[in-house]
Design a protein. Structure first.
Length: 152
């Protein structure tokens, strides 16, 4: 399939760079390549990557437009790099049990990630609920998505 072929070629072209492939998607007649790196994505690099992909002269790509760009800021995280890039920032987590957590991403590694947030709980000996700080470590397979919270 054309998406798999493009993924393979993008990954090869990104070797020995600090860029990482996030996704390749087919939207109508356009192949959309999303890349990322810790320092952010340089648009000149995207244009160069697009040119290098076209220069490969893959006939399978002839019927498609090709877009190379950075990951959408509103898109759910798809790679460990995206989690690590946004440590210290506010995120929204939708767990598979449909619980939503909004808090600060504290850390992320290959196994799991940690989010700190406040929650109202009834403490022993208290009549009213009080805010408590919680640090929740979650494995990636327990969440539907994690995405950056935008502040307006």
């Amino acid at each position: 399939m054309v998406v798999e072929l493009l993924k393979k070629n993008v990954e090869e072209l990104l070797q020995n760079t600090d860029y990482q492939l996030v996704s390749v998607e087919l939207e109508d007649e356009t192949l959309v390549v999303s890349i990322d790196r810790l320092e952010g994505v340089d648009m000149d690099f995207c244009a160069d990557l697009n040119s290098r992909l076209r220069a490969l002269d893959l006939p399978q790509l002839d019927d498609y437009q090709l877009e190379v760009g950075s990951v959408s800021i509103t898109a759910p995280f798809a790679t460990l790099l995206q989690y690590q890039k946004h440590i210290g920032e506010q995120v929204e987590v939708l767990k598979k049990d449909r619980q939503i957590i909004r808090g600060t991403l504290l850390r992320a590694d290959e196994q799991d990630f940690t989010v700190a947030y406040e929650k109202m709980e009834r403490l022993e000996g208290k009549k009213k609920k009080q805010k408590v700080q919680i640090e929740d470590t979650l494995s990636y397979d327990t969440v539907q998505y994690v995405k950056l919270m935008l502040k307006i």
